[in-house]
Ligand binder design. Structure first.
Ligand code: HEC
Ligand code: HEC
Length: 310
């Protein structure tokens, strides 16, 4: 340990009221000098220190950008505006417009709620400037277009778009517009999903009860959702052939729980406890669903989460 690190550890130990550290045998003169500098000499080391440790010295500051959704009136005229509007339609009517690329009954916005503009529902706001980004699942940096195709292959159980296709370009134009004003390299507040206590133990049996009480009224008792007369879904399926496959992020217990906790039941987000959300997620994610053949390769470079499905 360098003298500098000793100073940091000594300071943290003091802040935490870990008085014994300061008296530990082997304490160097440098540490003593440093602790003396930040501790009034009259304060006995046994005095409880009440200062909350809110700023750990070793964590770098992460700046998050504000979550702002541009008004539709700001969509420009001309080809750029046409692309932005078409990109939005592709996300909200994915199954209808891209039947060759969608292998289930979902739209992108079945999960990326309100056309990707809801904080805490994996919003598409502000993504333009954060990709390319390292992802542990493939173990490399991927582009925004590759991330979009990941959801086509997994969440939509379908086929990727060609990178230079009009459809991909239009989706990218929409995400770019949703990201106007967000500094390059910064994520927005509300990116991804809200926090969930991943230390809790999932209980699928209790989850089936939560499902019956809180979810079945819309998603149906058999989890297969409710179809509309034109073949789409009023309420999307949570499992079965028309659902996301087992390589999707939503097939992971804690990812699904974080989505559910803050967004479901629809309109009543935030009403389930962490335990209820985790239990119902454990239950529905492990019901029968399409299989993703490529999932064996996921996290082959490490970082595999405990709720991985491979
Ligand atoms: C079954 C639910 C579901 C559907 C449907 C879905 N996604 Fe996703 N998507 C997710 C989840 C879960 C994540 C991961 C969020 C996280 O990392 O916190 C995600 C992440 C993303 C991201 C990266 C978000 C970020 O913050 O890095 C993009 C971009 C994306 N999806 C685009 C799409 C597109 C485009 C479609 C339609 C072709 C689609 N998704 C359909 C569930 C879904
Ligand atoms: C009031 C009706 C309603 C209730 C109750 C409800 N949902 Fe949903 N849920 C929806 C709708 C509608 C969507 C799709 C949103 C969209 O397309 O804009 C959805 C989407 C979802 C999705 C992502 C899409 C998919 O099909 O995989 C999941 C997961 C989900 N709900 C889980 C749950 C769980 C778990 C519960 C119970 C805790 C629940 N929902 C309760 C209406 C409901």
């Amino acid at each position: 340990m360098t003298g500098f690190h000793r100073i940091l550890v000594g300071a943290v130990a003091l802040l935490m009221g870990w008085g014994a550290y300061a008296q530990a045998p082997g304490t160097t003169a440098a540490t003593s000098a440093a602790t003396a500098a930040i501790t009034p000499t009259t304060t006995p080391v046994t005095t409880p220190v009440t200062t909350p440790v809110t700023t750990p010295v070793t964590t770098p500051a992460v700046t998050l950008a504000a979550f702002l959704v541009p008004p539709d009136s700001s969509i420009p005229a001309g080809p750029q505006g046409v692309a932005i509007k078409e990109g939005k339609r592709l996300l909200t009517e994915t199954k209808l417009r891209l039947p060759d690329h969608v292998g289930n009954g979902l739209h992108c916005t079945s999960c990326h709620l309100n056309a990707g503009t809801t904080a805490g529902a994996a919003p598409l706001v502000g993504l333009w400037g954060v990709f390319p980004e390292y992802r542990s699942r493939p173990g490399k940096l991927i582009s925004l277009a590759e991330r979009i195709n990941d959801c086509f292959e997994r969440s939509m159980n379908g086929k990727p778009l060609h990178y230079a296709s009009d459809e991909m370009i239009n989706i990218l134009a929409y995400v770019q517009w949703l990201s106007i004003g967000v500094p390059t390299g910064q994520s927005v507040k509300g990116r991804g999903f809200g926090a969930i206590d991943a230390q809790l133990k999932p209980d699928a049996k209790h989850g089936s009860q939560v499902f019956a009480d809180k979810c079945a009224s819309c998603h149906a008792a058999n989890g297969l959702g409710l179809k509309n007369p034109t073949g789409g879904y009023v309420f999307p399926p949570l499992w079965g052939d028309d659902s996301f496959n087992d390589g999707a992020g939503m097939a992971r217990t804690f990812t699904a729980a974080a989505f559910v906790k803050y967004n479901m039941p629809l309109g009543l987000g935030g009403t389930l406890t962490d335990q209820q959300a985790i239990d119902v997620a454990e239950f529905f994610t492990h019901q029968p669903r399409p299989v993703y053949a490529g999932k064996e390769l996921d996290w082959s470079k490490g970082g595999k989460p405990k709720d991985a499905r491979n």
